[in-house]
Design a protein around this ligand. Structure first.
Ligand code: HEC
Length: 209
């Protein structure tokens, strides 16, 4: 056989096979059957496995999804520093001072996050008249009230983490680092509202009227 005839022969056989296949499929279509459809290439489609949230007959609590062994810590998730992650030394005993190093970069980050996450309710200046409030949301207190000015840094961190009364929690939207950045910026906001002459840099003092 020359290469060409071999090719023709192969092609012929293949076409016949395909036509036969199409005919079989054509005939079986639209005829109701209780049998499962023929699955020519299983391709690991059917495997003994559990789908998420499904029931299990094997485990006592019937849940196919298992909890990690108690005490398991995923890499990078060891949260030993209680103060950094909760703002508290012990139960509701909040740290007075932000544990994070405060510099201009942190304040800028805090301002950006504050404007995104807090200003819709608390407003950009923190007086509690954000756009949500003008549309009917419960008005939050002003950050410039004495009570909130003397609130420990750790407690503000805790309010962001867990929410309070009518304020939702922002635990999942804002990372702990960013929460501390927001706390630092909130302090700067409070200070700006109550700044005196002594807060103005010497070189700018004579510009103040
Ligand atoms: C969806 C609106 C909303 C957003 C967004 C919001 N707050 Fe609030 N916040 C409130 C309300 C309402 C209150 C008053 C809660 C109450 O007393 O019922 C409040 C109260 C507070 C208080 C005072 C808690 C107290 O002891 O009285 C602090 C501090 C605070 N918010 C910080 C923040 C910070 C920081 C952010 C941004 C990360 C933020 N909030 C985002 C609505 C909001």
């Amino acid at each position: 056989m020359t290469a060409l005839t071999r090719y023709k022969f192969l092609f012929g056989t293949l076409s016949l096979l395909i036509i036969a296949l199409l005919l079989t499929v054509g005939c079986t279509r639209e005829q109701p059957s209780d049998e499962p459809p023929i699955h020519l290439n299983p391709d690991m489609d059917n495997q003994p496995k559990y789908k998420a949230q499904s029931e299990s007959k094997f485990f006592a609590d019937s849940a196919a999804m298992r909890q990690p062994v108690a005490g398991t810590v995923a890499r990078g998730n060891l949260r030993e520093d209680n103060i950094f992650y909760t703002g508290a030394i012990a139960d509701s005993q909040f740290v007075k001072k932000n544990p994070v190093l405060i510099n201009m970069q942190l304040l800028k980050r805090g301002r950006e996050r504050f404007d995104i996450y807090c200003s819709p309710c608390h407003s950009r200046v923190g007086d509690g008249r954000g756009i949500m409030v003008t549309r009917g949301y419960v008005p939050p207190p002003s950050f410039h009230d004495d009570r909130l000015r003397s609130m420990p840094d750790g407690q503000i961190f805790d309010v962001i983490t867990n929410g309070i009364r009518n304020m939702p929690s922002y635990r999942h939207q804002i990372t702990p680092d960013d929460r501390w950045a927001i706390v630092a910026y909130l302090r700067a906001l409070q200070r700006s509202r109550n700044a005196g002459l002594e807060d103005i840099p010497v070189e700018l003092k004579d510009k103040v009227r």
